[in-house]
Write a protein that binds this ligand. Structure first.
Ligand SMILES: CN1c2c(nc(N)[nH]c2=O)NC[C@@H]1CNc1ccc(C(=O)N[C@@H](CCC(=O)N[C@@H](CCC(=O)N[C@@H](CCC(=O)O)C(=O)O)C(=O)O)C(=O)O)cc1
Ligand SMILES: N[C@@H](CCS)C(=O)O
Ligand SMILES: [Zn+2]
Length: 741
């Protein structure tokens, strides 16, 4: 049996107690200076490297640590600076301004990293002059060497970098060609410093785009070969299967393939002999984006199979561990469930156990993990039940429902509303933290929530909105909150995962059958409704989003879990309706994110998503109005599925995409209620009346006026109270003026 080696593709930068977030926000808020920030981050970076190294990895990744986002780091390295920020010194303050915007300029766009809930900063090519700036990757590599750690640099590859960029007049190929000498220079510098492996992330090569990118991919890696750097490069892919034969034809040292999310297709190609003997394989055998302990016995078999076809084998997580929490160590979870879990640190332990089994014939760790896995599996958390006898179709058509709903509410022309959340102020978060830590009683916390709801109902009435919301003050997050209340979920204390910049989420863990056992949102919603004669919209998160933003079990079909969640949400929808709440919004902002990276799998995904949304929402009476909301979405590919949801009203983010998105809806003759986001909530900037009026009027040229609603792009939880009040006043005033015309 050959010797195997272990490595990693990236580690969470947040820190066990979110030290990274606290340091960076401390600097932004001017609580610490740059020197202190650098010092704190250096400690965290060093600890991350040392921790990984302590698991006997043959190589530890370096370059994954960042002050905000890796794609942004690469953009700065190659001087791809947005035009409006050009001319400034290339330093960390520039990096933060590009990521967050400043008084003068808007930030660069944030987009989901493939099918994950992590967001990267989109590089902008307008009027850029690519060149090599300060070589931060070399600096980070030297840092690892100075700690005596055997490390390999990680960088996003040129094909993926350009594919995820926007702007500029040059073609895709021209942009890539401009980058070749710059990448080459960086690779040279690293090799000179002693790098034996360089991990070049090219996840774009597992998507539908891979086919048309073959020629340029070939050209780039041949050029690296001519420059004598390719023999150190590993082309790293993840999240889907790659075309192994094609990648094998590139003159590089090795390939990184995902053997967890590849639907078996990477393995098939390896077994078919598509990888030649001179290539090193970096096999992603441990799930890098879920929290379940590996079935080590199964992994042992997988490694055995691979080793029969590969001469030089590394095993590693299937993707960067950025997508999972840092460590289980601080969690006080039910031991039975804890046995079944594995966060980033524990995953490194799984790799070490497998390595010791194969190389040293030492099965001690392996047997321990195997027995834990079996203990967890033998528990009866799941019965896979989801029998149901409820409709997945509204009983009447939209035309009939619309008349009945209008009779009930008599809403004005162009009704105004918001998306659900109001500011999660420091005070709101502090009250919740105090309540969770038993520093205040349930009564005090509940009274605070009531006061906050009342204050915001009054504000909404004063501003003149038509459909009000209670504000979501009782929620830490739109998914974690439901995870806390539904059976079958558990929530962690420190299981944070970076979502964008310094913002993190704590995805709940679905460990068993999901069930609704008691009302989730009734108290707050009914209380809010009792304070006003205007309708208050109930506010729920939909099954597709709850599933996507949780860690789901991998041994239960997704469809089963999704439908179990749908049934639970359906119970809540009916409970709200029974309590007199007849407008109910079921948010699905993650519907687009979960779309498979290969179009051949889209239909199956979308059919199941639509079915579960309809299970959750179709049981209501005709005159109950179902809303849904989506944001961060590129709608083109999923527009038909959105129509099929048959929601009475959809509110969507549009302000950043201007007219394009409205066109998508017009193209399919979308004929249901539609609320267009008329201003960008990610920016503290207050929109002008002219901007909002213009957004509404432009949309009304394409959308039937009787179907049209006016709302912000998304929830307002990250904004300050004054910003929200001012912006909503502008929204209502602009709408009223258009009504009166
Ligand atoms: C719509 N978005 C969401 C996504 N995914 C989700 N699961 N949820 C989403 O809403 N994906 C796409 C986008 C991403 N957008 C965001 C927006 C905002 C955040 C965010 O603000 N995250 C917060 C953490 C929020 C939270 O859960 N807070 C808890 C705990 C608060 C806390 O830190 N408490 C302190 C003590 C109190 C204090 O002093 O402040 C502590 O425990 O130490 C709560 O409110 O109870 C963030 O800060 O990162 C994320 C994604
Ligand atoms: N109702 C949620 C949706 C966010 S996507 C909110 O308003 O925050
Ligand atoms: Zn949203």
């Amino acid at each position: 049996m050959m010797t195997i080696k272990t490595t990693n593709l990236g580690f969470p930068r947040l820190g066990r107690k979110r030290e990274w977030k606290k340091a960076i926000e401390g600097y932004w808020n001017k609580n610490i200076n740059k020197e202190a920030l650098d010092k704190q981050l250096e400690v965290l970076h060093r600890d991350n490297l040392k921790l990984q190294s302590s698991y006997n990895l043959d190589s530890v990744p370096v370059g994954d640590f960042s002050l905000y986002d890796n794609l942004l780091d690469t953009a700065l390295l190659f001087n791809i600076i947005p035009e409006r920020f050009q001319g400034r010194e290339i330093d960390d303050d520039l990096l933060f301004d590009i990521a967050r915007g400043n008084k003068e300029h808007v930030a660069s766009a944030l987009i989901k990293w493939f099918n994950t809930n992590y967001h990267y900063i989109v590089p902008e090519w307008d009027n850029v002059v690519p060149k090599l700036n300060h070589n931060t990757l070399l600096e980070r590599y030297r840092f690892a060497l100075s700690l005596g750690i055997n490390a390999h640099p990680v960088i996003v590859g040129p094909i993926t970098f350009v594919a995820l960029s926007k702007g500029g007049t040059s073609s895709f190929e021209e942009k890539v060609r401009q980058l070749i000498p710059l990448y080459t220079e960086v690779f040279h510098s690293l090799i000179q410093e002693g790098a034996e492996l360089i991990q070049v992330d090219e996840p774009i090569l597992v998507t539908d785009q891979a086919e048309v990118l073959k020629d340029i991919t070939h050209e780039v890696y041949e050029a690296f070969n001519d420059a004598k750097v390719a023999d150190k490069l590993i082309i790293q892919t993840y999240f889907e299967a790659a075309d192994v034969k094609f990648l094998n034809g590139l003159p590089v040292k090795g390939l990184g393939l995902d053997f967890v999310h590849d639907r078996g297709n990477n393995l098939k190609q390896i077994l078919a002999g598509d990888l030649s003997g001179d290539k090193t394989l970096f096999a992603g055998v441990i799930d890098g984006r879920n929290v379940w302990a590996a079935d080590v016995a199964l992994k042992q078999q997988l490694i055995e199979k691979l080793s029969e076809h590969v001469e030089d084998l590394y095993i590693n997580p299937s993707s960067s561990l950025l997508l999972v929490p840092v460590s289980l160590e601080d969690e006080t979870l039910d031991e039975q469930i804890k046995d079944g879990l594995s966060f980033a640190t524990e995953k490194l332990g799984e790799l070490e156990a497998l390595k010791n089994l194969f190389n040293n014939n030492n099965a001690t760790q392996f047997n321990k993990l195997k027995s834990k896995y079996e203990t967890f599996q033998n528990q009866s958390f799941k019965n896979l039940e989801y029998n149901y006898n409820i409709p997945d179709q509204r009983s009447s058509t939209f035309e009939v429902r619309k008349v009945l709903q209008q009779q009930r509410w008599n809403l004005p022309d162009l009704p105004t509303t918001t998306i659900g959340s109001f500011p999660q102020s420091k005070e709101v978060r502090q009250y919740r933290a105090d309540w969770k830590n038993h520093r205040i009683t349930d009564e005090v916390y509940k009274q605070f929530l009531k006061d906050e709801i009342k204050r915001w109902i009054d504000i909404q009435e004063e501003i003149g909105l038509d459909v009000l919301v209670h504000g979501e003050f009782e929620r830490n997050d739109m998914v974690e909150f439901f995870g806390e209340k539904l059976q079958g979920f558990l929530v962690t204390k420190y299981g944070w995962v970076q979502s964008y910049g310094s913002r993190a989420v704590k995805p709940p863990i679905i460990y068993g059958d999901v069930k609704w056992t008691h009302p989730l949102t009734i108290d707050e919603t009914v209380y809010a409704q009792g304070l006003t004669n205007k309708p208050v919209k109930g506010m729920l998160t939909g099954p597709v989003t709850i599933l996507n933003w949780s860690f789901e079990r991998v041994d239960i079909p997704r469809e089963v879990v999704q439908n179990q969640i749908a049934l639970a949400i359906n119970e809540e929808v009916l409970a709200l309706e029974k309590a007199g709440i007849k407008i109910i919004q079921v948010d699905e902002p993650a519907l687009r994110e979960g779309l498979p990276l290969r179009s051949e799998f889209h239909k199956d995904y979308l059919d199941k998503a639509v079915h579960s949304f309809k299970l959750a929402t179709s049981s209501v009476a005709d005159d109950t109005q179902i809303h849904t909301h989506m944001c961060y979405s590129q709608f083109g590919q999923i527009i038909h599925a959105i129509y099929d949801l048959d929601a009475d009203v959809i509110s969507i983010e549009t302000s950043r995409s201007h007219g394009d998105l409205i066109q998508d809806f017009e193209d399919i003759n979308y004929n249901l209620g539609i609320g267009l986001g008329v201003y960008d909530i990610h920016s503290p900037r207050i929109p002008t009346e002219a901007e909002v009026t213009n957004a509404i009027e432009r949309a009304l040229k394409q959308i039937d006026r009787s179907l049209f609603w006016v709302n912000p792009d998304c929830g307002l939880k990250t904004r300050k109270e004054e910003e929200v009040k001012e912006a909503l006043k502008v929204l209502v005033t602009s709408t009223q003026k258009i009504r009166n015309q």
